[in-house]
Design a protein around this ligand. Sequence first.
Ligand code: SF4
Length: 119
Amino acid sequence: MENSLNRKDFIKKFSLMGVAAVGASSLITACGGGSSDTPAPAPATSAADPCTDVSGLSEADLQMRENVNYIEVTEIPEQRCDNCQLYTQPANGGCGGCLLFAGPVTAAGWCSSWVPTQG
Ligand code: SF4
């Protein structure tokens, strides 16, 4: 008789643990957590940054940017577009440019043709 009660108690407790586990799992999923492999939702899209928007450029212009390995953010802090001789200052608060190729250039950008400003 005592064994029977113990078995019943065990089954009750085991069932409650299962319900609790399913409930916790559902709650974690609903909160967006539970897995570091799950990518975070993308932030709301905003208008393209005009200083990085190259959508209006021709294939030739894009190729020229690629030929000099242009990147929007330098990996060499002391070499930036805004301290390069070939950088053209932004007009009216717009984007900077480069004498080598068409299209916008970021002040923090860089390419393999960087030339230090004289000073
Ligand atoms: S030459 Fe290169 S580093 Fe200099 S302004 Fe142009 S893109 Fe920037």
